[in-house]
Design a protein around this ligand. Structure first.
Ligand code: SF4
Ligand code: SF4
Length: 56
């Protein structure tokens, strides 16, 4: 299980600093989560203004 960032992402960058394992990085048109590193903690979803990170 891992969180995935939807197309709703506005690339604000708020989630990147919240991730305890640095699994989030800026992609071409939105931020992306490394599914292999994600711990499913939900911290990114808690700070996102548009609820883009979703539990898969
Ligand atoms: Fe990082 Fe937690 Fe979000 Fe996974 S759910 S990307 S571990 S902040
Ligand atoms: Fe995208 Fe939400 Fe992360 Fe901002 S906090 S970069 S809108 S996923």
């Amino acid at each position: 299980m891992a969180y995935k960032i939807s197309d709703e992402c506005i690339s604000c960058g708020a989630c990147e600093a919240e991730c305890p394992v640095q699994a989030i990085s800026q992609g071409d048109d939105k931020y992306v989560i490394d599914a292999d590193a994600c711990l499913d903690c939900g911290a990114c979803a808690g700070v996102c203004p548009v609820e883009a990170p979703q539990a898969e």
